[in-house]
Design a binder for this molecule. Structure first.
Ligand code: MN
Length: 191
């Protein structure tokens, strides 16, 4: 299991996400999840399995938690760009959002609301099911939509380590700003 390579500099997402947050969140937190997973998996039935397979099938515990967080953060860090070429999705994803949430603005409102009302540590995800229908789900701790047979497209990390250096307790302010750095081309490719 490897670290994803960031397609931007550690200070590239400022002022939405500071270099200090990337240094710790990517450089320390994610690196620890990767190291833990590489230490836990050898010699188990999960050897050679992808993080998606582990998240879908592993019992609750250390292997599940660390595989979930490697998968979550890989999707998370690769969904941002310093200079988005558009501020909302186009094509198939735009059509599905309109169909399932009424409008892009309403989708944003629902995603923000799920993120601010999630109690404790976890993630909010936009994901797609086998029939192409979109869902917003809250995942506790290190879980991921693959746990429920859904394919994740866009995820907001609402663990305090994702925003506390920059926004302290103001989770809603942090989530609101994330929309400015979404790489919609990368998100659309996950559909
Ligand atoms: Mn995190």
């Amino acid at each position: 299991y490897e670290m994803p390579k960031l397609p931007y500099a550690n200070n590239g997402l400022e002022p939405v996400i500071s270099q200090a947050t990337i240094d710790y969140h990517y450089g320390k937190h994610l690196q620890t999840y990767v190291n833990n997973l590489n230490a836990l998996v050898p010699g188990t039935e999960f050897e050679g399995k992808s993080v998606e397979e582990i998240v879908a099938t592993a019992p609750d515990g250390g292997i599940f938690n660390n595989a979930g967080q490697v998968l979550n953060h890989t999707l998370y860090f690769l969904q941002f760009t310093p200079q988005p070429n558009k501020h909302e999705p186009s094509g198939k994803l735009a059509e599905a959002i309109k169909r399932d949430f009424g409008s892009f603005d309403n989708f944003k409102k629902e995603m923000n609301n799920a993120s601010t009302t999630l109690f404790g540590s976890g993630w909010t995800w936009l994901s797609v099911d086998k029939d192409g229908k979109l869902h917003i789900t809250k995942e506790a701790n290190g879980s991921n939509p693959w746990r429920h047979g859904l394919k994740p497209l866009l995820g907001f990390d609402v663990w305090e380590h994702a925003y506390y250096l920059d926004y302290q307790n103001r989770r809603a302010d942090h989530v609101n700003k994330l929309w400015e750095i979404i790489d919609w081309d990368a998100v659309e490719k996950r559909m």
